[in-house]
Design a protein around this ligand. Sequence first.
Ligand code: NI
Length: 393
Amino acid sequence: MDREELSILGWNLREDVVDAFDRMVELRRDFHRHPELGFQERRTSAVVESHLKAAGLAPRRLGGTGVVAKIEGRAPGPRRLIRADMDALPVTEQTGASYCSVHEGVMHACGHDAHTAAALVTAELLAREGLETGEVVFVFQPAEEGVGGAQSLIEEGLLDEPVDAAVAFHVWTGFQTGRVFAPDGPVMASVDGFELVVTGRGTHAATPEDGIDPVFVAAQIISAAQGFVSRTVSPFEPAVLSFTAVHAGEAFNVIPQVAGVLGTIRTYDEKVRAGIKTRLMDLAEGVARAFGAKVEYRSLVEHISVQNDDQVASKMRRLAREVAGAEAVISPRPLMVGEDFGEIIDIVPGAMVVVGCRDAQRGSVFPHHHPCFDIDERAMALISELMLRFVRE
Ligand code: NI
């Protein structure tokens, strides 16, 4: 990757961001090569911490593998927070890239490597140059992918001191490189991840009347639950219920004892969210009871939707236009994926800024969480520039 490829995008970047771009790429590829799952980001956080220290900052640990560092201005002023997530996913990489994951079965398939690299280099730039007013807190968050990273930081006091504005960036292969999505209000959906455990009674497959078939019960629950979104939610209200895993049995001639079903609910409305959840539990219990089985609903993940603060979001849109041109800011429908940054900006004003990183020539066209997922790394330069402007203005 060279400067020319960055310059053809015509972005209005500061010279030090352009100069630091190679470093962002190098760091991102290093993180990419060594992906770690949520709350296991030991190497990643150690690298982050050592670079922050080398830049003269005094990082501290928070939420297990999280790292927080602040930069204080020469004069008092607003307190801002920049959050980057660090965790990877249980996906086996198939990109064939030179910086391919060396950890079998673990992959940065969502771009969090890029968020960490861009925020780290931005912190270095700001540490070098100093800050006029206020304070900036850089937050390198563990475990965004559904295991409670944001929640653990909040519980350990991340937001105990007031924050005037918080931002997080997410690269997105659904949008062309340089496009920026930072609407007022809804950006990403709420997330409920659940497991339904149906317990029946195992028996010989030839004599089902002697047992209770949990596979049949699970299948009825999965089929009937599809009716919730189509029959109980307004067509104007976005909602998704997906079943994503079914585990039961091992042999063609044995009715197993237990069937496990995984799934997720995504929506923007808390009432719709609660409605689907309650109905799902009622349905599961009702069907199970009718056939003499038992069912348990276990919650795996719960977080609210990401709702941007209008003021912070409109500032980020203005900055994006200044850097990447009048056409840069797009307004598609909100995304149905989730992000636990919603928990942070539910407490303090803030905005999630989604930055396009799709480029057909670079092959960065695969959806997030796909084994061939990759990004147009130039998006990191735009993110870094936006972080710097967010802090300065
Ligand atoms: Ni992500």
